[in-house]
Design a protein around this ligand. Structure first.
Ligand code: BGC
Ligand code: BGC
Length: 579
């Protein structure tokens, strides 16, 4: 291999920044779709066509080395309209069910393979300690044992561990444990700004406050809380790891030779490859050459550039030629990347399997998502209210979220930040309720709760949601319920005998003052497209069984978790059941 070919393998480019012709010319090792990096139209066929186009281009290069196409399939193949959208990890954490988590990941893999992509940037094995973090929902829970066991399940499912040929089978997807290490342990207010980086998320005035910040913990805590899930993921066979934007000991993870090379690759024996996060190396130094040198020498094997790949290639080439990066380091990186490509069987079957397309969003897949929804719901409070009878004469439903799939799915759905509205096919809770009640029941839905004069009912449901967000865009100093939501609860309260609140959120919110107004309260997390799963439990077809994977704080003073010895509103593991 020439140096240019080696460096091409180490380069990962966002699909909008590169043509297939350039992928051939530079022998590019990987292309990705970022959040919302969708083809037009956003259909399974055009996805498959797009990815196939890049793979054909890679195979035209001199050595015909297949590329790896990466996507954030973090709760289903969630960029694709029509894919099955599962609950986000926080909800899977509440199920406490590794077998179910593995099924979910297996289905995600099949839907991903149907579009020819063979790599998912999942699972996120963060152990979030502060729900102000906009990525809390990407973590399975606040405890390393839970994250380790469900992280392992997700790796096994994506990588097809239980089937013959495992990772080498054409239906396996390469998993990626992320973000190494300590992403869930950063401290509020420690996000740095990089004046030389021109984008809205890190410039002045950006919302980022804790995401990408500093993990201010001892090495002992770093290891026992944040490193443990990587050890577990490696045991489960994970072959790629994404490095975190965050810092530890004042040093950015992307420059952290000790943690990336000595601990992960040395001590833990990780022999797969490490990929950088989105433009993360740009943060290391204002001088791009210095940034590239630091990251590769720290042990990064592939760089998610993601835009100006020519600048990256030229800079890395010059650095190697000058001797700033030893050739042995380049050979190690390329050896790891090619090794994993070989294990995945890419040289034998460089494409996914388009014959799986009819399974994308299929009834069978949606049934598994529905099951996951049922098990993920946590019943926080229930005073003789749930389950509901099907034959109530009238049911009042308030809250726009009751009939909004985008709000039901949250961030990382079709677009990076998610979006309200009917962004993809699925069943809202309102639709599911209407299907379920008796023919005699009238379901009255008012998004803002303005029911006509004199309209009352035995049961009222208020469905609340956070506005969708992803990453640091969801960092929020104050997690108290917004005034509009409080008003909605107060408006409904006098209109019904039993008031049930259902909350879609990516984390616990502060609901201490509103809780007494409700007879029952359900934490539904970000359940995804299958709203019937919620109705199944509300109407008692199956009992509530979810248990909190996060402590539910009573007030902002109890955040970060463990900051206060006072009793939380609900402890980790809380969850009522119904018969
Ligand atoms: C996120 C990663 C993600 C990557 C690609 C980054 O900003 O931190 O989790 O995999 O973008 O979309
Ligand atoms: C991309 C995401 C990426 C984010 C950076 C967005 O524009 O679509 O994939 O994670 O930027 O944080």
């Amino acid at each position: 291999m020439t140096l240019a070919e080696k460096i091409g393998q180490m380069t990962q480019v966002e699909k909008n920044s590169i043509t297939p012709e350039a992928a051939t010319q530079y022998a590019i090792g990987s292309v990705l779709s970022g959040g919302g990096g969708n083809p037009t139209p956003n259909t399974v066929e055009s996805w498959a066509h797009m990815v196939r186009g890049f793979q054909e281009a890679a195979l035209q290069s001199r050595l015909a080395i297949p590329l790896l196409y990466g996507v954030d399939a973090v709760h289903g193949h969630n960029n694709l309209i029509g894919a099955t959208i599962f609950p986000h990890n926080i909800g899977l954490g509440a199920t406490r069910d590794p077998a179910l988590t593995e099924r979910v990941a297996r289905i995600t893999a099949l839907e991903t393979i149907a579009t020819n992509a063979q790599w998912s940037f999942a699972p996120c094995v963060a152990v979030p300690q502060d729900p102000r973090w906009g990525r809390t929902y990407e973590g399975f829970g606040e405890r390393p044992d839970l994250v380790s066991s469900l992280g392992q399940a997700a790796v096994r499912g994506l990588q097809n561990a239980d089937e013959q040929n495992g990772l080498a089978h054409p239906h396996a997807v390469l998993a990626c444990a992320k973000h190494f290490v300590g992403d869930g342990g950063t401290a509020w207010g420690t996000t740095r700004r990089y004046p030389w980086i021109k984008n809205n998320w890190q410039g002045p005035g950006s919302r980022y406050q804790i995401d990408q910040g500093e993990t201010k913990v001892s090495e002992e805590t770093l290891r026992s809380v944040h490193l443990a899930p990587y050890q577990a993921a490696i045991q489960a066979g994970v072959r790629s790891v994404m490095v975190s934007f965050s810092s530890w000991g004042g040093l950015k993870m992307h420059a952290h030779h000790y943690l990336v090379t000595r601990v992960l690759k040395g001590e833990l024996g990780f022999s797969g490859f490490c990929v950088s996060d989105w433009m993360a190396i740009d943060q290391l130094d204002q001088d791009y050459t210095a940034a590239v040198v630091k990251s590769i020498n720290a042990g990064l094997d592939m760089i998610m550039v993601p835009f100006d790949y020519r600048r990256f290639i030229d800079t890395l080439t010059a650095a190697v030629e000058r001797g700033d990066i030893p050739l042995a380091r380049i050979d190690d990186a390329v050896g790891r990347i090619l090794g994993v490509k070989a294990e995945l069987g890419l040289f034998d079957h460089p494409y996914g399997d388009e014959s799986l397309q009819p399974q994308v969003g299929s009834e069978a897949h949606r049934q598994v998502a529905r099951q996951a929804v049922r098990q993920s719901l946590v019943l926080l409070k229930n005073e003789r209210s749930l389950p509901l009878a099907r034959d109530l004469p009238r049911l009042l439903v308030a809250g726009r979220a009751a009939d909004d799939l985008g709000l039901q799915c949250g961030g990382w759905t079709i677009e990076w930040l998610g979006q309200p509205g009917t962004t993809t096919p699925g069943t809202t809770l309102l639709a599911a309720i209407k299907e379920r009640v008796s023919p005699e029941t009238t379901v009255v839905f008012e998004p803002h709760g303005h029911f006509g004069a004199g309209i009352t009912a035995e049961v009222g449901l208020v469905v609340l949601s956070e506005a969708p967000y992803a990453e640091g865009e969801g960092d929020r100093a104050d997690l108290t319920l917004p005034p509009g939501d409080v008003a909605l609860i107060e408006r409904l309260r006098p209109l019904c005998r039993r008031l049930i609140v259902i909350l879609y959120s990516g984390r616990p919110l502060i609901v201490t003052e509103q809780l007494p107004l409700a007879d029952a309260w359900v934490a539904a997390w970000l359940p995804g497209t299958e709203g019937q799963g919620i109705a199944d439990v509300l109407f008692g077809d199956v009992p509530f069984s979810g248990r909190l994977s996060f402590t539910w704080p009573r007030s902002m003073d109890q955040i970060p978790l463990g900051a206060s010895a006072d009793a939380p509103l609900f402890p980790y593991g809380h969850g009522l059941t119904t018969r």
